[in-house]
Write a protein that binds this ligand. Structure first.
Ligand SMILES: NC(=O)c1ccc[n+]([C@@H]2O[C@H](COP(=O)([O-])OP(=O)(O)OC[C@H]3O[C@@H](n4cnc5c(N)ncnc54)[C@H](OP(=O)(O)O)[C@@H]3O)[C@@H](O)[C@H]2O)c1
Length: 321
């Protein structure tokens, strides 16, 4: 099968389209023919070894899991004899988590992994864009226990995680202020944000608001700027924190502040929850550009710029649309 291997840490050119053996599913696994995947900030971080500590977990000189790609949408084409929840012909979407391997035509994955039936209203390209941002935002939003009527600010609202956080906070009944650049203000209104702040022109104090929850999705606000706009017992989510911010968060917790950070947990339950919202028309796809598997280096170059609008999908099978 065709797959894209990450041959070293570095620029997008380290990604090479190669032929590798098609996986054989174990008794508790599904074999998925991948129709579409996506290039997410997570893939880019591994490819670049950014932060450097990536090497400690994923391999010192190059990623041990050479085929990157953490999300997929596709069709079940084989099942192991112990599989009960899915059958051949099911359309499914989900996350491979730290296993990666979705930049490929096929992936074998446990039936208990982070996946669900694909919403019928979405094609595979659209569906592949959902898991990364939505599962990340959902985990933090559930931990923050966002309630109806709360005022929530999403900073960095136009990325994969930010656009998911806006929509999920709205689905939980919050009043949402989205912070993005001028170019993305219309997009924020389209996905339902109650208020939008253009960080290029306006000060965060423009609405004179104190928030119950601030979700800092892109690690661009200083800790003190965030705290300044948070209610005294409000919750600060540092969704993209590096080591320094994590230490800062630890200190803030000692002095009584509620700060959430760390690595998210994904689950099939989360996937089914998000599928439910999509089926009810409460969650929209935010799809920026589409590339093909042999253009994956270009897709990475685009994501590297740090200004994608929502998500970048990658077509793997010709019938993904
Ligand atoms: N904790 C976890 O387990 C976990 C899981 C997944 C992701 N993450 C982290 O979450 C972060 C966001 O991921 P993502 O996939 O959403 O990234 P992304 O899609 O690549 O983010 C791109 C967005 O960032 C916005 N942006 C760039 N500079 C900004 C600034 N100065 N102020 C406000 N917005 C700005 C851009 O909007 P403009 O063009 O409008 O500037 C663009 O829409 C990443 O650092 C990722 O590593 C953490």
């Amino acid at each position: 099968m065709k797959a894209v291997r990450c041959t070293a840490y570095g620029n997008p050119e380290v990604l090479k389209l190669v032929e590798i053996p098609k996986p054989i599913p174990q008794s508790n696994e599904l074999l998925i023919r991948i129709h579409a995947t996506a290039v997410n900030s997570g893939d880019v971080r591994i490819r670049k070894a950014d932060p450097w500590a990536v090497r400690l977990f994923f391999g010192f000189s190059k990623p041990r899991k050479a085929v990157l790609g953490g999300v997929f949408s596709g069709e079940v084409v084989e099942v192991g004899h112990a599989v009960r929840q899915f059958k051949v012909g099911d359309s499914v979407f989900g996350s491979t988590g730290m296993e990666f391997g979705a930049y490929a035509e096929f992936k074998a994955i446990k039936e208990t992994a982070t996946l669900a039936l694909k919403p019928e209203s979405l094609n595979h390209l659209e569906a592949a864009t959902i898991p990364f941002g939505a599962l990340t935002a959902l985990d933090f939003i559930r931990k923050a226990n966002i309630q109806a009527g709360q005022k929530v600010m999403i900073y960095g609202a136009s990325g994969a995680v930010g656009s998911a956080a806006v929509q999920l906070a709205l689905a939980f009944g919050a009043e949402v202020t989205a912070v993005c650049s001028g170019a993305n203000m219309e997009l924020m209104k389209k996905i339902g944000a109650d208020k939008v702040i253009n960080y290029q022109k306006e000060n965060l104090s423009v609405n004179n608001e104190q928030y119950d929850v601030i979700y800092e999705a892109v690690n661009q606000l200083t800790f003190s700027e965030s705290i300044e706009h948070l209610k005294k017992d409000g919750i600060l989510i540092l969704g993209a924190a590096g080591l320094a911010q994590m230490l800062r968060a630890g200190l803030a917790r000692i002095s009584g502040r509620k700060v959430l950070t760390g690595v998210i947990k994904e689950s099939a339950d989360g996937m089914n929850f998000i599928k439910g919202l999509i089926d009810q028309g409460k969650y929209q796809v935010v799809l920026d550009r589409i590339f093909t598997l042999d253009q994956i280096a270009e897709a990475h170059e685009y994501v590297d710029l740090g200004h994608k609008k929502g998500n970048v999908a990658v077509q793997v099978a010709p019938d993904a649309r």
